[in-house]
Design a protein around this ligand. Sequence first.
Ligand SMILES: [Zn+2]
Length: 276
Amino acid sequence: MIDFHVHFGNCFRNMYPQRPPLTPEQVIDRMNRQGVEISVLLPLESPEVMPGYFLTEQAIEARDHYPERFIAFMGIDPRQRNLEEQFDTFVNIWGCKGFGELLNGLPFNDERNRAIYAKCDEYGFPLVFDMCSGCLTDEVGLPGLEACLRDFPNCIFCGHGPLFWTAISGDDDRTGGYPDGLITPGGAIDSLMEEYDNLYLDLSAGSGYNAMTRDPEFAQGFIKRHWARMLFATDYFIVGQELPQFEWFAHLDITDEMRQAIGDGNARRILRLDDQ
Ligand SMILES: [Zn+2]
């Protein structure tokens, strides 16, 4: 299996010692216990959401220690200088394979974020983004995301976060959170998945888990429609964190082909692991 969404480092400077830094060794240990072969390490380098940083350099260093187990993405705050040069250096010198996790207080369709999408488009890279409260903001129906899906067709946008996943339901009013009601058909995610093949679904965290479990009957149909672009992922970043995705995925009533794709093959394809 491939876990497409993992962080480590001192993400909670404010909560020491209740939430001590997570180490790469703890991540490897958890992967070994839960049957994960490869984890994608997503740096966190924007100040609005996290009270600490997980730097791209840390992800690269861990990947170099465990090259069979970790893939390093890059994180760059789009308000920093020399974005394009940083991006090219992380790809060509340091071997980063994608961008994310993108989470900052700018609108999703802001020019500064679009500069990142343009670089991902140039390299054909996956980009993991998090729409949460006050972060990568968009309107009902996700028109900002849609404009970017259209303008950057070679960027593989991997959607994540409460304000992404509540758009699974036609009644999404951008309140976000973790609603427990039944899903209203006609949500923005379904229509964007139908129209744009560069949109993928990151199943991690409470947001992905809630979207897949709040209305099991709807989820069955949703998975049948979109399994070829779903990515198993946890968002592991806290010592001792509960990861209900494993249990959910193990008991999901789907074909072997779908299970293989969601758990491994889709990630392998967009990371181009078999081309190397
Ligand atoms: Zn995350």
